[in-house]
Ligand binder design. Structure first.
Ligand code: DX5
Ligand code: ZN
Length: 218
């Protein structure tokens, strides 16, 4: 079983509320919210007002992916805005252990994300504290990019660490370039949550696209 987390970065922002209701109606498992600051990644997306404005439209978990420098500065505000899961990048905090434990102390789920070039071995000591590991399968900043093939090896490494530390319930999430063409091998490699932006929102055919992803992983 693999959970599908549509990334709203690829939604139609002229009708964002409608798109949120659609992904909920057509079976998404959580809402992936890509926050970008133009510094950690070469793009700027959106912040607290957008998250607040869609919070009451769905009961789905808000899976907030912070692609920003020193994200600990804003954890409280993202929680106030409605985040259920806060994922930060290993590369974005000098004191990553402190940052992870700060988020945990706030009572929300905590995720740790790795850029493609960052080895899985660097996060082994943090696995016991994590609710989620996010393996970036594209260089972060944009939707619609191509899946980086060596990500499959990293998924297997994270899966092995989850087993080593008895973290069966830990979410192993893959983000970037996921579609019907690769969702099955991504799941078989060990991912139990996939983020999909363009594959879900393409041509505005949300119901059809989510159904196609579900069929492709059977
Ligand atoms: C990229 C974001 C991804 C992206 C996924 O920095 O973290 O969530 O929006 O978009 P697709 O599925 O189109 O690659
Ligand atoms: Zn993301």
């Amino acid at each position: 079983m693999v959970k599908i987390a549509p990334s709203i970065l690829s939604a139609d922002f002229s009708k964002l509320g409608e798109d949120i209701r659609s992904i909920d109606k057509y079976g998404a498992d959580m809402v992936h919210i890509d926050v970008m600051d133009g510094k950690f990644v070469p793009n700027i997306s959106f912040g607290f007002p957008i998250i607040k404005s869609i919070r009451n439209l769905t009961d789905l978990e808000f899976d907030v992916h912070l692609m920003i420098e020193e994200p600990t500065r804003f954890v409280d505000e993202f929680i106030d805005a409605g985040a259920d899961i806060i994922t930060i990048h290993y590369e974005s905090e000098v004191h990553i252990d402190r940052a992870i434990n700060y988020i945990k102390s706030k009572g929300v789920k905590v995720g740790l994300s790795l850029n493609p070039g960052t080895p899985v071995s660097l996060i082994e000591n943090l696995i016991p504290a994590l609710d989620l590991v996010l393996i970036m399968s594209v260089n972060p900043g944009f939707g619609g990019q191509k899946f980086i093939p060596y990500s499959l090896d990293k998924i297997k490494e994270v899966k092995a660490l989850a087993e080593k530390y008895n973290k069966d319930e830990m979410m192993i999430q893959v983000d970037g370039g996921v579609g019907t063409q690769n969702i099955k091998e991504i799941n078989e490699a060990g991912a139990n949550v996939v983020v999909a932006g363009s594959a879900v929102f393409r041509n505005g055919e949300i119901e059809k696209n989510i159904e196609a992803l579900r069929k492709a992983v059977i």
